[in-house]
Design a protein around this ligand. Structure first.
Ligand code: PNS
Length: 170
């Protein structure tokens, strides 16, 4: 069984994340989507809400025989990986600007736990500028996020913020 963890904040899940999961599903038999449980980050959605959205949108993507599982985790990612006996971390790279941050995390994780490798996949061009942070900012300021997140996620964001309320989330 080839298994990978796809970790992230997923606050909220974007079409860019779904693109990486779909690409990863061609390489792995199981992908555990691991939602960081870190309330200090002042998330827009609780971990439970993020997991619920993931479980609702994941069935729409084509993953062949790859099994998708959604869990939350706290603390060190590599400790969680070892506990789950999964030795690959899957991450997406959108643009050169992601590289430095991702390299730093991958090397730190490797130093902490050499048994775990990080596997990078390149996002589709159409998703190269989408991030949860920008989606929240644009939405909060009244801009359209059509095509950036699944429609269910957009509806949940609308519920959270209301139609006209303008707020910024970190
Ligand atoms: O979607 P994000 O916010 O870019 O994901 C970042 C994430 C969750 C992968 C990263 O913050 C993480 O692994 N956090 C857990 C804490 C940890 O293990 N830190 C050391 C790794 S550098």
């Amino acid at each position: 069984m080839r298994r990978a963890i796809f970790p992230g904040s997923f606050d909220p899940i974007t079409n860019g994340h779904l693109d990486i999961i779909a690409r990863g599903s061609k390489l792995f038999d199981e992908i555990v989507i691991a939602v960081l449980n870190n309330p200090e980050k002042n998330p827009m959605f609780t971990v439970e809400e993020r997991i619920d959205m993931l479980n609702k949108v994941l069935p729409a993507i084509e993953t062949g025989n790859c099994v998708l599982t959604v869990e939350d985790f706290q603390g060190l990612l590599v400790e969680y990986a070892i506990k789950r006996e999964i030795y690959a971390i899957l991450r997406g790279i959108r643009a050169v600007s992601d590289y430095e941050y991702e390299l730093q995390m991958a090397l730190m994780n490797r130093r902490l736990e050499p048994r775990v490798e990080t596997v990078f996949l390149m996002s589709g061009e159409a998703f190269s500028y989408i991030s949860s942070r920008l989606v929240k900012q644009v939405f909060g300021l009244g801009g359209t996020i059509d095509g950036f997140v699944p429609s269910l996620v957009e509806a949940k964001m609308r519920e959270k913020l209301g139609h006209t309320e303008r707020m910024k989330y970190g």
